[in-house]
Design a protein. Structure first.
Length: 69
């Protein structure tokens, strides 16, 4: 069997901070969502409002995405 996972990679920017690992972000088409960092990666870099990020989405849930570092 081919266990290929479908992912969507998009560019966004941070518009708000929820906590150390979670941020409010917006895509170019004004779609707003929650962006988060993986558990082990939260201390590698600090994100702040206005930063450009690349986000990985599942095609089934576009309300949250993982920030790729």
């Amino acid at each position: 069997m081919n266990d290929k996972k479908e992912i969507i990679l998009l560019d966004a920017h941070i518009v708000g901070v929820i906590d150390k690992r979670a941020f409010y972000a917006v895509l170019r088409n004004d779609h707003r969502f929650v962006a988060f960092t993986a558990k082990g990666k939260c201390f590698e870099t600090t994100k702040k409002v206005g930063d450009e990020i690349r986000v990985k989405f599942s095609p089934f849930d576009m309300s949250k995405g993982e920030i790729l570092i």
